[in-house]
Design a protein around this ligand. Structure first.
Ligand SMILES: Cc1cc2nc3c(=O)[nH]c(=O)nc-3n(C[C@H](O)[C@H](O)[C@H](O)COP(=O)(O)O)c2cc1C
Length: 275
């Protein structure tokens, strides 16, 4: 990984971030849903005004009616206002957003409905299904919010609100076994213009012709992306760096791994236990 930024590479990388836009075929440029999807950005600065109740209800409803495996709906949503978040966690919602929802994978309710025996013997499959379904519900909320003029950001770490703080959240929210935190999504009205789109890999890197099989990235593509990530991060976080952010994640990941194994698979801290 490049650590000392080359000034030319830095400027070229920033230029590419600023100038690269989502690609929409001209024939579809007026499609309303496509425009919402392409316009969406993770927003990290919010105005203080609250979201009207009907708008927030519509966002939650989009999560409730999201698609899921066998319609299992293996999610729960812990819903907060600014006041209830502060009362629970003793600090404001990340980025001082007015609303937040903690997204939980929920296999507990599935087991209550279907009986322990139906799925409990395949914990990895059960877990994966819950993660998939809860993530899709989150995306439905995220896009509904965007369509209603409300911005959001999903968080796995910031402010002890996601996957990397699973044990802490489990205690705070009194979660039964089989219910595990995935992320927090915070909602509010953006203060100012949206940030540029963080660098995306080219279509030919992230897709391949299914008939010919998986394609390795072309030489230089990943270095190019990394250089843009480092430059973009530096431009938006003057006192930090992409490497420092990765380091923070690395420092928390080991504990989160052990916590999740215990919470999701019933493993003890020394190794495997019963699920
Ligand atoms: C599951 C998930 C977890 C994320 N966690 C964080 C986080 O902890 N902190 C943060 O600032 N952004 C977080 N993000 C936002 C990503 O950084 C963002 O989606 C990515 O950089 C692409 O930018 P965009 O959403 O504006 O297109 C997360 C996004 C997802 C989907």
């Amino acid at each position: 990984m490049a650590h000392t930024p080359d000034p030319l590479l830095f400027i070229r990388s920033l230029w590419r971030i600023i100038t690269r836009k989502p690609q929409v075929p001209p024939s579809l440029k007026d499609n309303a849903l496509l425009n919402v999807i392409m316009r969406r950005r993770s927003v990290r600065t919010y105005r203080s005004d609250d979201i009207p109740e009907d708008v927030f209800c519509a966002i939650l409803e989009a999560g409730r009616v999201a698609p899921s495996t066998v319609n299992l709906q293996s999610w729960s949503f812990a819903v907060f206002t600014a006041a209830s978040w502060r009362a629970t966690f003793d600090h404001p919602i990340p980025f001082k957003a007015p609303r937040a929802v903690i997204i939980l994978g929920d296999t507990h309710r599935d087991r209550l409905a279907l009986g322990e025996e139906t799925i409990a013997h395949s914990p990895l499959v059960e877990y994966t299904i819950a993660v998939m379904n809860a993530s899709l519900a989150t995306m439905a909320m995220n896009l509904t919010a965007e369509a209603l003029g409300v911005s959001s950001v999903m968080l796995s770490e910031t402010g002890q609100s996601g996957l990397l703080d699973a044990e802490y959240l489990c205690a705070k929210l009194h979660l039964p076994p089989g219910v595990f935190p995935l992320m927090t999504i915070v909602f509010g009205y953006a203060a100012g213009a949206y940030p540029p789109m963080p660098p995306r890999l080219p279509m030919e890197t992230v897709s391949f012709d299914g008939a010919t099989g998986y394609r390795e990235p072309a030489p230089g593509v990943l270095d190019d992306w990394l250089a843009q990530m480092i430059a973009g991060y530096k431009a938006s976080h003057l006192t930090s760096s992409f490497q420092a952010q990765l380091h923070l994640y690395q420092s928390k990941i080991g504990k989160a791994e052990a916590d999740l194994r215990r919470m999701v698979f019933g493993e003890s801290s020394t190794g495997k236990g019963g699920a």
